[in-house]
Design a protein around this ligand. Structure first.
Ligand SMILES: [Zn+2]
Length: 201
């Protein structure tokens, strides 16, 4: 949904006059655009870092960019491992969005230890489906694992103590803050909708 610019972020809704704020729900002083919530946000960066070791083992690389996580790798999906990496990336985006919704609608934060349980569950579902259709041996080869324990993911507890890892990491290619993105966007002069009440989300 994000790839075609219709993810219902706060920015999307605010710019159409149907939300009270465009700010990221995780407390960032930036607008919640697709790019921000799925990639630039600190919460998203923690989750991408969390999944990077698994992707590295799967494809030999966890080099990701905003474009590659939105639209897929430029070289396409050339192998089973590439296709499975794309599934993992989509499961990760889905997890990031669900965590965002939990924050927006239930005012609840999701600790990294919980995220580290959610993500493997999504991945194990994919592996189980492939095991069912192709057999365990082929599925394990396609996922580059020996057992389902290969989907174990460690929460990045060390990050808050070592925030410089984000700046120095050459694995994730983390996004850099763009000037002006933290400014509240101006409202459209002609909103697409005429709401009777602004949504307090
Ligand atoms: Zn944010």
């Amino acid at each position: 949904m994000a790839a075609i610019r219709c993810l219902h972020t706060r920015y999307f809704m605010y710019s159409r006059g149907i939300a009270r704020t465009a700010r990221c729900p995780h407390g960032c002083r930036e607008s919640e655009t697709e790019e921000h919530i799925l990639w630039r946000c600190k919460v998203a960066q923690d989750i991408w870092l969390m999944i990077s070791a698994f992707l590295t083992r799967l494809t030999g690389s966890a080099a990701m960019t905003l474009q590659s996580i939105l639209f897929g790798p430029l070289q396409g999906l050339r192998s089973h491992q590439d296709r499975n990496a794309w599934r993992v990336i989509n499961a990760t985006k889905q997890t990031i969005w669900e965590i965002r919704n939990k924050k927006v609608f239930h005012k609840q934060d999701t600790p990294p230890i919980i995220t580290a349980r959610i993500l493997p569950k999504c991945i194990k579902d994919y592996i189980s489906l492939e095991t069912h259709s192709l057999g365990k041996e082929t599925a394990n080869i396609n996922w580059n694992i020996t057992t389902l324990q290969g989907t174990f993911i460690t929460p990045p507890n060390y990050q808050s103590a070592q925030p410089h890892l984000y700046q120095d990491s050459s694995i994730l290619n983390p996004p850099h803050k763009q000037p002006g993105r933290d400014q509240e966007p101006s409202r459209c002069t002609r909103p697409l909708l005429q709401p009777c009440q602004l949504l307090d989300i």
